[in-house]
Design a binder for this molecule. Structure first.
Ligand code: ARG
Length: 462
């Protein structure tokens, strides 16, 4: 059983079937730089504890840096017999520095505390990358919003015309959830940073006088695990990360769904740039919103990764169980999915052109100014229940006459109620309607300009 991580008590090596099932190097190889950094910090801890001579310490560091260079040069390969990245790197280190020196590194650590630390470090790096890509999209939405402050569109609830809003207001409503996603990643990072499991050993801690706090600091963590069982057995950090990526996916999907609707012939609110849309192999006229559709589709996959991991964790007894190895593939997939998806969505939104006249033209249709009539009556002293009835009567009259609210004559308004004087016409335009929604968070142009500043400040804070 030459070269394996255990051997002493076994009389035969693992069966090929076990090896095939057990092997994870095809996906965990990307943890190599994190594993080597962990090994460096661990070698330093062993040295400080007096368990490595100066010479052996220097030789181990040399060996680790050779492996790092070979990995960067794509010249480091796992063998068929390697179970995981940790075992493979130990084998390769032994080959580099010899079994006598190389064999000293494993003292006081286990693959259980190793992998729990490295996976955190990997996710922390990618949390930063993903947050940057999300902020790029926030930036794109903010620029589109700033460029279209003059466009009024039909705001919808239940997908029905509800009240006119600024296109900018609507676009910013897609930006704020993304800002919160970035905040979630930051909150998550603070929690994970304080919990470096290196030093937890297999589950119960180590006996060699190593300093986990120093190892944590060297790996960029703010502290080490308070409980070695928790440090090696918990994966809530991975589930939480998977949730944030799933939420980002859902936020992208909702934006994508609107792009898909807006670029239909029926809506005709927006057009996709040629470089950010696709054609059809049979229908020469087609221009398809594939980026938006892939965003919508991949959100399902991100949710699946979260759900799958939660199912894996449910019911696991403490401490480490091999089931935990199933944490990696879904998370690697969520990270890679978002890192490819986000730049594409940003490019699509940045190059989207809007049909402002059509949006503004449709904005008052479907009696979307009825609430404005009711609220105007309230400002004139009419109780809201009555005002709601009267505005509803206006809509009914319009339906009888086949016209829209602004088309009602002064006489027709007065017939419905003497309270409905010609002054009500001030709110019977979409411009009047949006300007009057001037409370904080409202769609009035001045408020939306303020909101843009608020969003820029929130984005700059990250
Ligand atoms: N490849 C394993 C994982 O990802 C590392 C830990 C293995 N530990 C063990 N005792 N088999 O979880």
């Amino acid at each position: 059983n030459e070269g394996s991580l255990w051997g002493g008590r076994f009389s035969s090596g693992p069966s090929p079937e076990l090896q095939a099932l057990s092997r994870s190097t095809h996906f965990d190889w990307q943890l190599t730089p994190y594993d080597l950094a962990g090994s460096r910090a661990h070698a330093n801890a062993l040295h400080r504890a007096g368990l490595l001579t100066d010479g052996d310490h220097a030789e181990l560091l040399r060996g680790l840096s050779v492996l790092g260079e070979r990995y960067a040069a794509d010249d480091l390969l796992a063998a068929e017999s390697d179970e995981d990245v940790h075992g493979a790197l130990e084998r390769l280190l032994l080959e580099e520095v010899g079994p006598e020196v190389g064999g000293r590194l494993r003292a006081g650590r286990s693959r259980n505390d190793q992998v729990a630390t490295l996976f955190r470090a990997y996710l922390r790096d990618h949390a930063r990358t993903i947050a940057g890509l999300v902020l790029d999209l926030v930036d794109v939405l903010e620029h589109q919003a700033a460029a279209h402050l003059d466009v009024i569109m039909p705001g919808r609830t239940h997908l029905q015309h509800a009240q006119p809003v600024l296109l900018s207001h609507h676009l910013l409503a897609h930006a704020w959830p993304l800002v919160r996603d970035v905040e979630r990643l930051r909150d998550w990072d603070v929690r994970v940073a304080s919990d470096s499991p290196y030093g937890s050993g297999a589950l119960a801690g180590q006996t060699l006088g190593l300093d986990p706090e120093a190892v944590a600091a060297e790996l960029g963590f703010s502290g080490s695990s308070a409980n070695s069982i928790d440090g090696t057995a918990s994966r809530d950090f991975a589930a939480e990360f998977a949730f944030v990526t799933a939420q980002i996916g859902v936020d992208l999907s909702r934006l994508a769904e609107e792009v898909i609707l807006w670029t239909t012939r029926e809506f005709d609110f927006a057009k996709l740039h040629d470089s950010w849309s696709t054609g059809s192999s049979i229908m020469p006229q087609k221009k398809n919103p594939d980026i938006a559709e892939l965003a919508r589709g991949k959100s399902g996959r991100l949710i699946g990764n979260l759900a799958g991991l939660m199912a894996t964790l449910k019911g696991l007894p403490l401490a480490y169980n091999r089931d935990l190895q199933e944490d990696k593939e879904p998370l690697f997939d969520s990270v890679q999915t978002l890192e490819v998806l986000l730049p594409a969505v940003s490019g699509m939104v940045a190059t989207l052109t809007f049909n402002g006249p059509r949006m503004t033209d449709l904005a008052p249709q479907g009696f979307s100014l009825a609430t404005d009539v009711a609220e105007w009556l309230v400002r004139e002293g009419v109780p809201f229940r009555d005002a709601h009835e009267l505005a509803g009567a206006c809509v009914r009259r319009c339906e009888e006459l086949g016209c829209d609210l602004p088309d009602l004559t002064d006489e027709q308004l007065a017939e419905i109620s003497p309270a409905l004087t010609s002054e009500v016409r001030a709110v019977l335009t979409v411009e009047g309607s949006v300007s009057s929604r001037s409370g904080r968070g409202g769609t009035a142009p001045d408020r939306v300009r303020e909101q843009l500043d608020e969003l820029r400040a929130a984005g700059a804070g990250h």
